[in-house]
Design a protein around this ligand. Structure first.
Ligand SMILES: [Zn+2]
Length: 327
């Protein structure tokens, strides 16, 4: 598991110090808004800070080893609720569930209730209204951690009722260097640095099935695009589609493909590329493939269509036909 305490101390010193001091001096706010760009571990940080309030032996933040910390990690702590806007849009019902839970008596010994709403921008407007009422009338020993990747999409009233903590985006070179120090290969580190802004997170993700499948499909795509059209379509059907069966797989794969097409455009224009470890694979494709800009737009369009519940296989197949139409 990632050591968020060490990550905050090293890479997010302002968040680390502000929160440690507030906790030490008993001056916690009742609501915090953690904001940062995609790739920053917002949800993990929110959980860690919540754990720091609850921890049996904080020093100054969560020790990660006490009974309470372990129970939070296993999702077995009754007075901590997490709503994840990354998984689905957050509806009024789920917020009202929290509101009604929190007006009851806490179940745990500490009598402290905490709720986390990850990616609060993904709430429906009805859900936001329920949340606002709740933020307006905080009850004693109740804390909220909201996270957002897009503060501009939040109502000013939400922002003004929370103490804001902005998380910094680390330079990509630093993230890649940290990841390679943790024995991640350079090509994995480079590719994942566009998804995760932490060497340690990259190290964990580089071994995950989701990543390995998406990367496998991505590499097969580069191989397929170097072939004749009929062979390319055959590879797509046999080696790529089985690896991108779910919406999440599809998103991961299409994001990798977007990066790749941006690099192909850069190569054609003799500019530096992002995925330097893929240069030898990309070079021949930059010369071979036509209509790169149109293909990139099509990749983005197809990615948007994933949310409309169209079959991932159909969309990827369509994309392959589109990219290879001039072969
Ligand atoms: Zn603890």
């Amino acid at each position: 598991m990632i050591n968020i305490g060490a990550y905050l101390e090293k890479s997010q010193p302002i968040v680390y110090k502000t929160f440690s001091n507030a906790l030490k001096n008993n001056r916690l706010s009742h609501a915090y808004l953690l904001s940062g760009e995609a790739g920053i571990p917002l949800k993990e940080t929110a959980i860690y800070l919540a754990k720091s309030i609850l921890c049996d032996h904080p020093s100054p933040l969560a020790d990660e080893t006490c009974n309470t910390c372990v129970r939070v990690d296993h999702g077995n702590y009754a007075d901590l609720l997490i709503l994840d806007g990354a998984e689905s849009s957050l509806k009024k019902d789920s917020v009202q569930e929290i509101v009604s839970d929190f007006t009851k008596t806490p179940l745990e010994e500490k009598k402290t209730m905490i709720y986390i709403i990850h990616l609060v921008e993904n709430m429906t407007s009805e859900a936001v209204n329920s949340l606002l009422k709740f933020l307006e009338e905080p009850t004693k020993n109740t804390y909220a951690f909201l996270t957002t990747q897009n503060e501009a999409r939040l109502l000013p009233t939400i922002i003004s009722r929370c103490e804001s903590m902005r998380m910094l985006l680390l330079p990509r070179e630093e993230v890649i260097r940290d990841a390679t120090t943790l024995n991640v290969s350079l090509d994995d580190a480079e590719l994942l640095s566009y998804f995760l802004n932490s060497g340690e997170l990259i190290s964990l993700e580089s071994k995950s099935d989701d990543y390995l499948e998406a990367k496998g499909a991505f590499l097969k795509t580069l191989e397929a695009l170097s072939k004749e059209r009929s062979d390319a379509i055959f590879t797509c059907e046999h080696d790529i589609l089985p690896n991108v069966s779910s919406k999440e797989d599809g998103r991961y794969y299409l994001d990798m493909l977007s990066l790749c097409f941006k690099d192909l455009i850069s190569l054609r224009e003799c500019q530096t590329i992002k995925l330097t470890s893929y240069a030898t694979l990309l070079m021949p494709l930059a010369n071979k493939l036509g209509h790169l800009e149109e293909s990139l737009l099509e990749i983005m369009k197809v990615r948007g269509q994933l949310d409309l519940n169209i079959s991932v296989s159909l969309l990827v197949e369509h994309l392959f036909n589109y990219i290879t139409k001039e072969f």
